[in-house]
Design a protein around this ligand. Structure first.
Ligand code: CO
Length: 186
């Protein structure tokens, strides 16, 4: 499958139920200027939305890259890009509330491994190997899920699923409405 290198400035936050969020993403093969610009644009969108992580499908791209910054501030040095990430050594379990920039207002408890190891490449193609726990491990697991088309709502328990049902339905209606308006444009 050839990759369409969309102008990174055109990328925008994709929200539920956009089908692009269900993409199983392809490996990144080229560590080029385009990829670096995509990562920069992803940081911009993430910070503007006050997020701490953002994966490529959330800007409509089906490639294996995510950005994160557990401090959530552009000025903090913790911003990192992970390309072709692989999680291993998942250990322990922790339940905590999770949100997602593609689901404004939808929060729920999600069970994750308490610790994990991530191996990936940085945006220039240098290998990375890091261990994380707590919040950091949770962000990595949430973002790697995105690259498989898996969303936090899929991991909600029954109570959280029920609690967000109405909001999801409203988002589905809003999405359909947008489609209708678009189809009126010749
Ligand atoms: Co998310």
């Amino acid at each position: 499958m050839s990759l369409k290198k969309i102008d990174p400035n055109q990328l925008e936050l994709v929200k539920y139920p956009d089908p692009r969020l269900r993409t199983k993403c392809a490996e990144v093969k080229e560590f080029d200027d385009w990829l670096r610009q995509v990562a920069e644009r992803m940081f911009e969108i993430m910070y503007a939305s006050k997020g701490i992580g953002l994966a490529a499908p959330q800007v409509g791209l089906g490639i294996r890259i995510f950005v994160c910054n557990p401090a959530g501030k552009p000025s903090s040095p913790e911003g990192m890009v992970f390309v072709n990430p692989v999680l291993t050594d998942l250990a322990g379990a922790a339940e905590s509330e999770e949100g997602c920039l593609s689901f404004p207002g939808v929060y729920g408890q999600v069970m994750r491994a308490a610790k994990c190891r991530i191996r990936a490449y940085d945006v220039n193609g240098n290998p990375l190997d890091r261990q994380g726990e707590d919040m950091l491990a949770r962000i990595w697991q949430h973002e790697v899920d995105h690259l498989e088309g898996v969303l936090h709502i899929d991991r909600f328990g029954e109570a959280a699923k029920l609690a967000c049902r109405r909001t999801l339905r409203e988002m589905e209606e809003a999405y359909k409405g947008k489609g209708r308006k678009k189809s009126l444009v010749p």
